[in-house]
Design a protein around this ligand. Structure first.
Ligand code: SAH
Length: 398
């Protein structure tokens, strides 16, 4: 079947309502966009056609969530072993450095941005960690594992699904080795800094790989500065700052597992003697530091997503403003604040406004040194705005 021609009669199809054809460039189809759909096994492939019966694309259909279909291809090809192999090879090629082969520490596949909605693959040296976020992708997992095997045969594959997505989509989250077991812990080197990752534990797939380039930036800024790493997780920013010559670093983190990881990473990099960990709520600790009159030359604010839904936006904005206001009161003149939001629903404009409000309340004048985002192995597609989720500002106090 060629573009623009009717789908064959017996293929399972999903027909879009007239005027609901955003799926030509954006892979998401919601129940309200669907005119009718063949009776298919949940999670299986359907051919998406427009109201006039013309081919739009092919994706996995699941009647359970409101986002019921995600298109994987806009050309008429089967979603078979060859398809997954081509997609994964393309994703790896996109990340290939001058040394050939995919980098040993990277996000290898990132869902919609790599044409594989519902699949994340991160590489930690000899281990590939996969996450299936849709029922269709969970059912296609053997094809994914096979494609990863032919790309990086020597790597061990660990499956680590996100339980929330699994519940929403109606499949049981997998947690375990896909084949032969690999190492339980792996040491990776990120721009000269060593991190230990326990496979199958921790946030995301082990590390916040999306902050990689921003951590390197802090490493380059930190010489002879006192650094505050608020919402530090396993002390990624603090390790880079201290290796970059910071005088000292204070980490604020509330999760005991993350704090244990932070202690280990600080020790591994030989910088624990210049680090302190405040194992507490960052909101309280920022206030306490302010009362104490402490000042920092570099401050990183990297909180979890405060707005998990559109309805939570007002409360989220208050939270972001509060921490930015507190941080600005702790910032030395000439110092740098690197402040982030990873909430999909907070736009760049809204984040600017929140920081501007905080600056007004703190009486701070700030230069925008740079606008920051996620690392380049988390690509952004113009037609899928949701692919750009991490936004940040590097501000310098004047
Ligand atoms: N900057 C980190 C990632 C931070 S993720 C890195 O580069 O690796 C956000 C962290 O904030 C998580 O580790 C979470 O446990 C922690 N956190 C969430 N709410 C918190 C709070 N109220 N106080 C302190 N830490 C918090």
């Amino acid at each position: 079947m060629k573009h623009g021609q009717p789908a064959g009669p017996r293929q399972p199809t999903l027909r879009l309502k007239r005027g609901h054809e955003a799926a030509r460039t954006h892979p998401w189809i919601f129940k309200g966009d669907v005119a009718d759909v063949s009776d298919v096994e949940p999670g299986s492939a359907v051919t998406v056609i427009d109201a006039g019966g013309r081919f739009v694309g092919r994706g996995f259909y699941n009647p359970r969530p409101a986002l019921c279909c995600r298109i994987l291809t806009w050309i008429d090809e089967l979603l078979d072993a060859g398809f997954f192999q081509r997609r994964i090879e393309t994703a790896a090629a996109r990340r290939r450095g001058p040394a050939q082969g995919p980098p040993t520490l990277c996000r290898l596949v990132w869902s919609e941005a790599d044409g594989l909605p519902g699949l994340v693959v991160d590489r930690y040296g000899p281990v590939l960690v996969t996450q299936c976020l849709t029922l269709g992708m969970a059912r296609a997992r053997p094809l994914v594992t096979a494609a990863l095997g032919s790309l990086l045969g020597e790597a061990s594959v660990f499956d680590m699904d996100d339980p929330t997505s699994a519940r929403l989509e109606g499949f049981s989250a997998t947690l375990g080795w896909a084949g032969a077991s690999g190492p339980r812990t792996v040491r990776v080197i990120e721009d000269g800094v060593t991190f230990e990752v326990t496979i199958g534990a921790g946030h995301k797939t082990g590390l916040y790989l999306d902050q990689r380039e921003n951590r390197a930036r802090v490493g380059a800024l930190a010489r002879d500065r006192d650094v505050l790493d608020a919402f530090s997780y396993t002390a990624g920013f603090a390790c880079h700052a201290l290796r970059g010559g910071a005088r000292r670093a204070v980490c604020i983190e509330s999760s005991p597992e993350a704090i244990a990881g932070a202690r280990q990473n600080l020790a591994l990099n030989g910088v624990a003697d210049r680090a302190e960990i405040s194992a507490t709520n960052a909101f309280d600790e920022l206030r306490r530091l302010e009362r104490q009159g402490t000042r920092f030359g570099v401050i990183v604010l990297d909180p979890p997503p405060f707005a998990r839904s559109r309805s939570a936006l007002d409360a989220a904005a208050r939270g972001y403003k509060e921490i930015n206001l507190r941080a600005l009161r702790l910032l030395e003149r000439g110092g740098s604040l690197l402040t982030f939001s990873c909430s999909h629903h907070v736009s760049d404009t809204m984040f600017d406004e929140i920081c501007r409000d905080a600056a007004a309340d703190a009486g701070a004048r700030l230069r925008v040194v740079d606008r920051l985002g996620q690392a380049h192995d988390h690509p952004v597609l113009l037609t899928i705005p949701e692919t750009r989720y991490l936004k940040g500002l590097h501000l310098e106090s004047l």
